[in-house]
Design a protein around this ligand. Structure first.
Ligand code: NAP
Length: 245
């Protein structure tokens, strides 16, 4: 990355809570200015932004957009660049996630799951490509270990993440040599908010990881920081941060 800017600017989608918020906090600690994108979690996003701005003045801001809305996606890209007049990093982290058993699949589920996990990442990359090229910046797409393995009752989500991984590899070629494009595929880090899993099921998932434990949001944030700061010869890769699943 071109580190001439004092505070490189990063747009993190879905950054109000959970993995996105942990990534925002770590990158902020390392001098980045943070654009916290959110959709419904405006209150959480605002308090995270306040927290970061208290640590360093004018270092964080909130942009709200529903990534299912194509106009909102393009506008998010434009506003992100306009905020500090540059954009160094795009992190496509926002994601809708819920089960879609084959017998009950509807087109609206397809549209919603593909919108946040595959379509918006592509069109945000399009909206930001010129600015990222100018800064010799990076795109990081947050995927899922199940993009390659498959997950019962979640075919649309896993298909969308697999599409996103294909995009990572194609854009890595297309935006080279100025912009590096990589992915991170987390394993079990935080249990999904809307899906009740039994203790037995949770234990089975944990036991499937070679390291026999869950990861922490900071493990994903650290992988992001590594790709940005130390990964200058890495592009087109999807790094699994999944405890050896
Ligand atoms: N948690 C894990 O263990 C795990 C495992 C594997 C992969 N991952 C991947 O890691 C990333 C972060 O995981 P997470 O668990 O922290 O995610 P999450 O909490 O489930 O979702 C992150 C954010 O995505 C946003 N989002 C969803 N649909 C949206 C839409 N249509 N428009 C705009 N924003 C939308 C939501 O923002 P609002 O709340 O503002 O609406 C939400 O807070 C995701 O890409 C996920 O697939 C996570």
């Amino acid at each position: 990355m071109n580190n001439s800017a004092k505070h490189p600017v990063v747009l993190i989608t879905g950054a109000a809570v959970r993995l996105g918020a942990a990534t925002a906090r770590l990158l902020h600690l390392h001098g980045y200015n943070i654009i916290i994108h959110c959709n419904k979690s405006v209150t959480d996003a605002t308090s995270l932004s306040d927290e970061l701005n208290q640590q360093r003045e004018n270092s964080a801001t909130v942009l709200q957009a529903n990534l299912s809305d194509m106009n909102a996606v393009t506008e998010l890209g434009k506003q992100s660049i306009a905020t500090w007049g540059q954009l160094d990093v795009l992190i496509n982290n926002a994601s809708a996630f819920y089960p879609t058993p084959l017998a009950e699949i509807s087109q609206s589920q397809w549209d919603e799951l593909f919108a946040s996990n595959a379509r918006a990442p592509l069109f945000l990359a399009q909206a930001c490509a010129q600015a990222l090229t100018q800064q010799e910046g990076c795109i990081i797409n947050i995927s899922d270990l199940y993009a390659q393995r498959g997950l019962s009752n979640h075919s649309i989500y896993t298909m969308a993440k697999a599409a996103q991984e294909a995009m990572t590899r194609s854009l890595a070629r297309e935006l080279a040599p100025k912009v590096r494009v990589n992915g991170i595929a987390p394993g079990a880090i935080l249990w999904p908010p809307g899906e009740e899993l039994s203790e037995e099921k949770k234990q089975a998932i944990i036991n499937n990881a070679s390291l026999k434990k869950m990861g922490a949001p900071e493990d994903i944030a650290n992988a992001v920081l590594f790709l940005l700061e130390k990964g200058s010869y890495i592009t087109g890769q999807v790094i699994h941060v999944d405890g050896g699943r």
